[in-house]
Design a protein around this ligand. Structure first.
Ligand code: GUN
Length: 281
């Protein structure tokens, strides 16, 4: 079975749109998400455009602030301070990565925790690892939603996550653990990776290498979640971290690229924006 993140997110966005329609009468306005884009990296431009489009579909007000690559860290921090203080702003997202001269950790920590729709603020991260209420990071949240929508039982399963990034690998491992999976965190230094991945009943791949996971690395019946968004060096088309064509016949459930995890990430960003808005009211 191929899980369509595109279809699932369309359904969820339609439900959110209904919910948001009732907000002006109840709260006097709709949620407001501000996205900051520094520079013109084509992938980042495309993600930011996708976020604006989804906001429009859901009825969320979206402001995209575009700044040149040359912006100083101080200037960016000043913009964030202004948005933190603005009562009409519910969510602030700084598109990553940032240029090298800007300290990403400092920028993330400068965002008011209650407006941190990415769930990247150190206080949100701490809350996640202590199992306290928090804003969940969008990609891991979307992955768990997809698994549940596909009827995948997570409890007791052997889950292997390849990749240990703050954005995906670490938090998705924690969420799988919270769903009672037995989680192995694998990465570039893991020895005998294929042996580890062959033991997976749920395999989440987030390493950013085109078609890195090949058919011999996956056992029959595995649930495969592909977080990668890469250009296939041969065809120039978008592809995941998983060799989809080779693995789809072996997997019990698999997510495509594009149209899998990506749309679910954006859908969860909309949900997080609504949650932050509701907490303010
Ligand atoms: N760059 C890649 N993924 C993300 C994300 O989820 N949030 C932000 N802010 N930047 C990203």
């Amino acid at each position: 079975m191929v899980i369509s993140g595109k279809e699932l997110s369309a359904r969820l966005k339609a439900e959110m749109a209904e919910q948001v329609k009732s907000f002006p009468a109840k709260y006097g306005r709709v949620p407001h998400l501000v996205v900051i884009l520094v520079g013109e990296d084509p992938a980042s431009v495309s993600y930011v455009t996708g976020k604006a489009k989804a906001s429009a579909e859901v009825g969320i007000r979206n402001t995209t602030i575009r700044k040149p690559e040359s912006i100083s860290e101080a200037e960016l921090l000043e913009i964030i301070a202004g948005l933190n203080a603005d009562p009409e702003v519910d969510g602030i997202l700084v598109q990553l990565p940032l240029p090298k001269h800007i300290d990403e950790d400092k920028v993330i920590a400068a965002i008011d925790k209650s407006k941190d729709v990415d769930g990247f603020h150190p206080l949100n991260v701490a809350a996640l690892w202590q199992k306290q209420p928090c804003t969940l990071p969008c990609t891991p949240k979307g992955i768990i939603k997809m698994l549940k929508a596909a009827g995948v039982e997570i409890t007791g399963k052997r889950a292997v996550v390849i990749g240990r990034s703050n954005i995906v690998g670490l938090p998705v491992s924690k969420l799988l653990l919270d769903e009672n999976a037995t989680v192995t965190m694998a990465h570039s230094r893991t020895r005998n990776l294929a042996e580890v991945t062959r033991g997976a009943e749920i395999l989440v791949v987030a390493i950013g290498r085109p078609k890195f996971v090949t058919a011999d690395m996956v056992s029959e019946g595995t649930v495969v979640i592909d977080v990668g968004v890469n250009r296939d060096p041969e065809t120039g088309k978008l592809c995941g971290d998983v060799d989809f064509a080779a693995i789809e016949p072996k997997a019990s459930v698999i997510t495509p690229v594009p149209g899998g995890v990506g749309p679910m990430t954006i859908c969860c960003l909309m949900e997080n924006t609504i949650e932050c808005f509701l907490k303010r009211h």
